[in-house]
Design a protein around this ligand. Structure first.
Ligand code: SF4
Ligand code: SF4
Length: 255
């Protein structure tokens, strides 16, 4: 008998006997496929609240598991292991250790938002994927993802100057993620810009790489935004019990 959603069952939990006879009936091979009994005891009962405390995860409680997000997902189409519906299920059930098995692919969401438009319950699955990636990083399960580095570079620039200067953003993002600026596609893009853009615009762009453009009288707005960001980080750290985690790690290291 086929096992429904077999791809969700880890191979080590599936058992098939090459030769098996039960009550005189030969059920060898495919016919003797069983799912091993398993007991989950390490639930994190706060997992849903922790994800909901991070930007994008607020509406995870609305999910009714219809699967439309996974069916419409760009990444799932090329990698069936990328399954937003399943991860939302694990989070709502508090099955943290199961979720951690997929920690290295959750960040691969490309933010196309096809799931967001498909979701009948306005869960914003794309936001849940972002929140889950941030949760993995904040809890120390994964290093910062490239998209997290990009968000940080982007935010820092806005807070500091009130403007975005693309070449500065790209240079800093590349530096933080250890990438070379001299990549073939980058060289080609710059060549095309030099060929196609008006001289006035190129001059302004060139100057902006040396002197960052600023919004006039930005300092008060900058301070208010920074205060809000700090407040949010504090709330998130509290919701995720990060202080306790650090304390436990210190004690473990001392022991
Ligand atoms: S489409 Fe929405 S309601 Fe359906 S499984 Fe995905 S998140 Fe849940
Ligand atoms: S936003 Fe992410 S989860 Fe949603 S469909 Fe696109 S790749 Fe999939």
């Amino acid at each position: 008998m086929p096992i429904h959603e077999k791809s969700l069952i880890r191979p080590e939990n599936i058992e098939t006997h090459e030769e098996l006879v039960i009550d005189g009936v030969d059920v060898s091979g495919h016919w003797s496929t069983f799912i091993k009994t398993r007991v989950v005891s390490d639930y994190n009962e706060s997992l849903q609240e922790e994800i909901a405390a991070l930007p994008g995860g607020e509406y995870i409680h609305r999910c009714w598991q219809c699967g439309s997000c996974t069916n419409s997902c760009t990444v799932n189409a090329i990698n069936p292991d990328f399954n937003p519906r399943y991860w939302i299920y694990l989070i709502r059930m508090g099955m943290e250790s199961e979720l951690l098995r997929d920690k290295d692919i959750i960040w691969q969401c490309v933010s196309c938002n096809k799931c967001t438009y498909a979701c009948p319950r306005d869960v914003f699955p794309e936001g849940v994927m972002k929140a889950t990636s941030h949760w993995l990083e904040k809890k120390g399960h994964t290093p910062k993802s490239p998209s997290m580095h990009f968000d940080e570079v982007f935010t820092e620039q806005i807070v500091k100057t009130g403007k975005i200067e693309e070449s500065r953003t790209i240079r800093r993002f590349f530096a933080r993620t250890g990438q070379s600026l001299m990549q073939d596609w980058m060289i080609e893009m710059v060549k095309r810009m030099l060929r196609g853009l008006p001289v006035g615009m190129l001059t302004r762009m060139g100057l902006a790489t040396f002197v960052a453009p600023r919004t006039r009288d930005w300092s008060k707005a900058s301070a208010a935004i920074q205060e809000y960001i700090d407040e949010q980080h504090e709330k998130q750290a509290h919701a995720l019990s990060l202080a306790e985690l650090v304390e436990t790690a210190r004690n473990d290291a001392a022991a």
